[in-house]
Design a protein around this ligand. Structure first.
Ligand SMILES: Cc1cc2nc3c(=O)[nH]c(=O)nc-3n(C[C@H](O)[C@H](O)[C@H](O)COP(=O)(O)OP(=O)(O)OC[C@H]3O[C@@H](n4cnc5c(N)ncnc54)[C@H](O)[C@@H]3O)c2cc1C
Length: 467
């Protein structure tokens, strides 16, 4: 039986890993991960995800060692490296199909590779309309995906026999310097447990809370969502596993709102298959002419959580401190950047890419283009989130107290808009401009400016079907 090389990418797990299972059935297995910052078009992992990757690789490496093997680590352009290692071992290569545009380039360069399913619930190209076309709108796509659901039940770790890799060069993980040095901003990441065991623990914990998901998922003050996204982003758990564990725990009917969110992740893969440059180019052509403003100071205030809007600042500080932000607040902060500050969505997208532990090319671009209104399936531009209204509606007071402690003494009614708090501000001992910023823009003026910019774009074109 000939040696089989399993090329791990953002699928850092042993369970329910079709490439590993296929390899194990065919011969002794070698395991390789390549840190690729070089393939053209590749979005290099951001800093927060590098932190995660470091710990996840330790976890995967240990799991392999406990089973008697060794995870080979190499850095460089993935395709040629995989090809060379396969040649040295005389091995055939197996990997999972990834959907980022550069993933196919890597595979083409790696030479003969057998690709397997397992990154999404279903292959994106298998969800087709009656006329055989790909979907661009979520709801009909989701209905069609459901025809193929539930996904296959997850498979256990196979029995493994390891190839001799003692002659194959491997880097030391520490050489890669994936962790921050000075300053070390990762102190607030301590609650995360990267790796397959951490993913399983997080999923098991969420299974106890999943019945309350629909009621709680929009409330940033409570732990209502799974927080499984970084584990899914690096593939420490398969989406099929997440589907079945939650559906088994609460029943498919009660689980539906959660399963549907999981569907958005697949939908993002479907969209980048049709728009590979989704991270850079608006789907709707009119938005290429949008009059964004150049405002480095305003962008800096947004990044640091110093806009004077408590819900926006709380979200941006949660992101910086923990590498994660609640979905509702991602929408509010993103909307604030592009509509209140008129800053190009791609700046925000890149900041998220660098700071999110769950950064995912398709989901991040989809989120930003949805908020901007430039995506194929997105919120219309003229639906402008009112940050104060959103903050009150979704009961964000406790969330704001946690992340914007300078406002902690304000009562719930005043904390969403401190500039209107009057005497409550004095009682809390808070002086705007000294303890906490004045609002960087006024909501009504910003809204009027955004709508005027949009009207200008619309006036300059006649071919776009945008509302
Ligand atoms: C501007 C913006 C940027 C975003 N960037 C990313 C990103 O880089 N990576 C990322 O995984 N998600 C991104 N999202 C989607 C969403 O915010 C996160 O997936 C979610 O907050 C993760 O938390 P959770 O695991 O607790 O989610 P849950 O509510 O528990 O959802 C379950 C799973 O479904 C998936 N999911 C949920 N919502 C979405 C969505 N809207 N799009 C795609 N997948 C979804 C995630 O994998 C998540 O773990 C973004 C959203 C916005 C508005």
């Amino acid at each position: 039986m000939s040696t089989q090389l399993v090329w791990f990418r953002n699928d850092l797990r042993l369970a329910d890993h079709a490439a590993l299972i296929a390899a194990a059935a065919r011969g002794p297995v070698a395991a390789l991960f390549v840190l690729d910052d070089e393939t053209p078009g590749n979005w290099r992992l951001g800093a927060a995800q590098r932190w995660w990757l470091h710990h996840s690789l330790i976890s995967l490496g240990r799991s392999i060692e406990q089973r008697g093997g060794r995870l080979l680590l190499r850095r460089g352009r993935a395709g040629p490296i995989v090809k060379a290692v396969a040649a040295e071992l005389g091995a055939h290569v197996h990997t999972l199909i990834h959907h980022e545009p550069w993933a196919a380039v890597q595979v083409n360069e790696a030479g003969p590779v057998t690709q397997h399913l397992g990154v999404t619930l279903a292959p994106p190209e298998s969800v087709l309309s009656g006329t055989g076309g790909r979907y661009r709108i979520f709801t009909p796509w989701w209905r069609k995906l459901l025809d193929q659901m539930p996904p296959p039940r997850p498979l256990p770790v196979p029995d493994l026999r390891w190839a001799d890799v003692s002659r194959i060069a491997s880097d030391e993980l520490d050489q890669w310097q994936l962790l921050p040095t000075t300053p070390d901003w990762s102190g607030g990441f301590a609650d995360w447990q990267p790796g397959e065991a951490g993913a399983a623990a997080r999923l098991a914990d969420f299974a106890h809370r999943a019945a309350r998901y629909d009621a709680a998922r929009n409330l940033p003050s409570v732990e209502g969502t799974s927080r499984l996204s970084p584990h899914l982003a690096l593939g420490e758990v398969s989406p099929n596993t997440a589907w079945h564990v939650i559906a088994d725990a609460v029943g498919e009917g009660v689980a539906e709102p959660y399963l549907r969110e999981l569907g958005w992740r697949d939908f993002a893969a479907n969209i980048i298959g049709q728009f590979p440059d989704h991270g850079d180019a608006p789907n709707r052509e009119a938005f290429a002419r949008f009059p964004f403003v150049d405002d480095p100071a305003g962008f800096g205030a947004w990044c640091k959580g110093q806009t004077g809007y408590p819900i926006v600042d709380a979200g941006m500080r949660q992101l910086w401190a923990t590498g994660w932000m609640h979905n509702r607040v991602r929408m509010i902060t993103a909307s604030f950047l592009v509509k209140h500050q008129l800053i190009d969505w791609r700046h925000g997208e890149r900041w998220f890419w660098d700071t999110l532990v769950d950064a995912d090319y398709g989901s991040n671009a989809q989120g930003w283009q949805w908020v901007m209104g430039s995506g194929v399936d997105s919120s219309p531009f003229n639906r402008i989130f009112a940050p104060v209204g959103q903050s009150a509606k979704f009961d964000a007071a406790a969330y704001i107290r946690r992340w914007v402690p300078e406002l902690a003494k304000l009562p719930d009614a005043a904390i969403h808009a401190p500039w209107e708090a009057g005497v409550a501000l004095i009682r809390a001992g808070v002086k705007l401009g000294r303890d906490y910023p004045q609002p960087i823009v006024g909501h009504e003026a910003a809204r009027a400016r955004a709508l005027a910019a949009w009207a200008q774009v619309k006036a300059g074109r006649s071919d776009d079907a945008m509302q």
